[in-house]
Design a protein. Structure first.
Length: 238
């Protein structure tokens, strides 16, 4: 099976600073689920930036959807990005649009008929518990509500690849588990999922997930798969 993404000896530096990622090598199979973990500053967001085509590697090669992202023409990037849903750490919601319209955006861009948009968005807002906030502007929402809205927008178009940067940082543990279930449901339907997180307690809920641990820009245990998550109480496993 061809990988959905592949990193080979990848290095990344910002400007002339030292490399923030060094010798990164792994493959992401279609339909897989991967947690990206590591201390603050380890390079998780930087690695995600390569995957959502915000940066090109400064060393080595990143292949995504079969294309070398270091060589792909700029004009091709928007089409590739449309195959990716991203939950940014700082949400990046559109302030002048309501919650409903923020979530509807990817579907409208894709030309989905308005009737379908309405039904899908309503269902998604219900899933993330924001039905009552459908007509609110993002800046009037709490941090947790904004986070849930950002997740709804990222998953609504059923992207091939879902990238989520610390997607449960602002919600309570119960909601965090609910959101993780949403990611798992997406994954079950075929979306490849990458979740960068500090929330180690979430890992045992996805026993089949790969775990890529970064330490100061380098990979630790590159092939690690959680099979017997420590301390996972019976019944909490996915
Ligand atoms: N735009 C930038 N310009 C220069 N340095 C940057 C930039 N973005 C990140 N860095 C540096 O890259 C390193 C890795 O940062 P990154 O945000 O990828 O880590 P992280 O693991 O996602 O951290 P956190 O968990 O706090 O979000 C840090 O030393 C950071 O200061």
């Amino acid at each position: 099976m061809a990988p959905l993404a592949r990193f080979e000896n990848v290095g990344l530096r910002y400007g002339t600073d030292a490399e923030v990622l060094r010798d990164i090598g792994f493959r992401l199979d279609p339909g897989s689920f991967m947690f990206l973990i590591g201390a603050s500053g380890a390079g998780k967001t930087s690695l995600l930036k390569l995957l959502y085509l915000n940066r090109r590697p400064t060393r080595g090669r990143v292949t995504l959807f079969g294309e070398d992202i270091g060589r792909v023409e700029r004009a091709r990037l928007p089409a590739m990005r449309r195959r990716i849903g991203v939950v940014f750490q700082d949400f990046r919601l559109v302030d002048h649009l309501t919650s409903f319209d923020n979530v509807a955006l990817p579907l409208r861009i894709a030309g989905v008929p308005e009737e379908e948009v309405r039904a899908d968005v309503e269902e998604m807002l219900d899933w993330v518990g924001l039905t009552k906030r459908a007509h609110a502007r993002p800046r009037t929402l709490s941090g947790g509500e904004q986070q849930r809205l950002a997740i709804a927008r990222a998953v609504i178009g059923r992207p091939e690849l879902l990238l989520a940067d610390e997607p449960t940082g602002n919600v309570d543990p119960k909601m965090a588990e609910r959101l993780l279930r949403l990611f798992q449901e997406m994954n079950r339907l075929g979306t490849t999922v990458v979740v960068a997180t500090h929330a180690m307690h979430l890992l045992p809920h996805v026993p089949a997930a790969k775990v890529l641990r970064l330490e100061r820009g380098e990979m630790k245990d590159p092939t690690g798969t959680i099979r017997h998550p420590p301390g996972a109480p019976a019944g909490t496993r996915a």
